[in-house]
Design a protein around this ligand. Structure first.
Ligand SMILES: Nc1ncnc2c1ncn2[C@@H]1O[C@H](COP(=O)(O)OP(=O)(O)O)[C@@H](O)[C@H]1O
Ligand SMILES: [Mg+2]
Length: 356
């Protein structure tokens, strides 16, 4: 088995290191198409940080969060038994700064239940803030990373939880300069919503982690002895999507595998469009239920036959949201452009649109 080492990301890493070097003042949203390497980059960077810089990394991916209790459990990772010990360690320095009512260090699970059972979300925030303060020493601000935050985008706990969180993040950064806050997401509709959010204006920055460009992808493949001929094939089908490059590095017949991936994606796309054509579909926009129209989807996708990206306002909102939600298209609110999620998607769209 080949072990694939972390590759490059120099520019993005430098940007994040510069952010960490300064006093926290803005929330950083790390965004980009799916499987572009956001989680990998952030995880790698966390490992490289000096040991005295405390990092709290929370990944909401695949977590079912439908109420306050579940959210709190994920935040503190109490579902993992082995973490109890960690929580205990985590609490030690906090004890001194906690209000008097939190005496001693009880068994973490009990403490947890006592602290958060039927409490307000704000109590959890006060607690987190206290913990962060305890870890703020020697000029090293603690770092809070929340991956896949959009998972709780619709969650209502006495109003939308996401806005309470954003307020809390603004407090940690702009107001208290206490902790660096990074929010990572592949959901470009979520980023679009964040981008248009009045309460976040001037309080956050955006960092795009895109698929590798040609030079970066070529250097990555070269490191594993891939021939120029194979490189042409791999780039031709998959562009610089890291997850695809890794898969192709690891296989024997690259051209065959790349063609297989292409055929598979075409099949998926065809089936999806067929379903809408035959059964129709609908999506929610706010509290409004909207019909998805096959003809409009096709008209949108046809624009990519001759272009690699289109303007955000060239397509109807329902088709745009549907295709983004289904991970076929990616919106970049900063450039106001829409592009396929990957080169493979672009080629598949072109192929399917020839017969549509
Ligand atoms: N910089 C990198 N070097 C090597 N492999 C990478 C790199 N970035 C991503 N990958 C590969 O691509 C896969 C998907 O990346 P991931 O970080 O999960 O994407 P995202 O979080 O953007 O959806 C990873 O599991 C890894 O195999
Ligand atoms: Mg990820």
């Amino acid at each position: 088995m080949k072990r694939i080492a972390f590759h490059n990301r120099e520019k993005e890493t430098k940007e994040i290191m510069d952010i960490l070097d300064a006093e926290p003042s803005l929330i950083t949203f790390v965004y980009g198409p799916i499987n572009s390497g956001k989680t990998t980059m952030v995880s790698h960077l966390i490992e490289e940080l000096p040991k005295n810089q405390k990092v709290f990394y929370i990944n909401l991916r695949g977590r079912l969060i439908s109420n306050y209790d579940e959210f709190i459990k994920v935040l503190f990772d109490v579902e993992h038994e082995e973490r109890y010990e960690q929580i205990k360690k985590f609490l030690k320095p906090v004890v001194n700064v906690l209000p008097e009512s939190y005496s001693g260090i009880p068994i973490p699970k009990d403490l947890f239940l006592k602290l958060f059972k039927e409490k307000e979300v704000e109590d959890a925030f006060v607690y987190i803030e206290t913990v962060l303060r305890a870890f703020y020493k020697n000029d090293q601000n603690p770092v809070l990373v929340i991956d896949e935050l959009q998972v709780i985008g619709d969650l209502k706990i006495d109003g939308f939880l996401i806005y309470k969180l954003f307020n809390f993040f603004v407090r940690l950064t702009k107001e208290l300069h206490l902790a660096h806050v990074f929010v990572v997401t592949s959901d470009s509709l979520f980023i679009e919503q964040v981008y248009s959010q009045a309460m976040l204006k001037g309080r956050c920055r955006y960092l795009l982690v895109d698929d590798f460009d040609y030079e970066t992808a070529a250097a990555f493949l070269k490191g594993y002895g891939i021939t120029d001929e194979d490189m042409r094939v791999v780039w031709g089908y998959c562009g610089g999507k890291p997850v695809c490059l890794v898969e192709l590095i690891n296989c024997g017949n690259r051209e065959e595998k790349a063609k297989e991936m292409f055929t598979f994606r075409i099949g998926e796309l065809e089936t999806q469009l067929k379903l809408v054509k035959e059964l129709g579909d609908e999506i929610m926009i706010g509290s409004k239920r909207c019909d998805v129209h096959y003809e409009k989807l096709v008209a949108t996708l046809k624009m990519f036959v001759s272009r690699e990206e289109i303007g955000m306002n060239e397509v109807d909102e329902v088709s745009k949201r549907y295709l983004v939600k289904e991970n076929i298209l990616f919106v970049d609110p900063l450039t106001a452009m829409i592009a396929p999620q990957s080169r493979l998607d672009m080629l598949a769209i072109r192929e399917v649109m020839r017969d549509a």
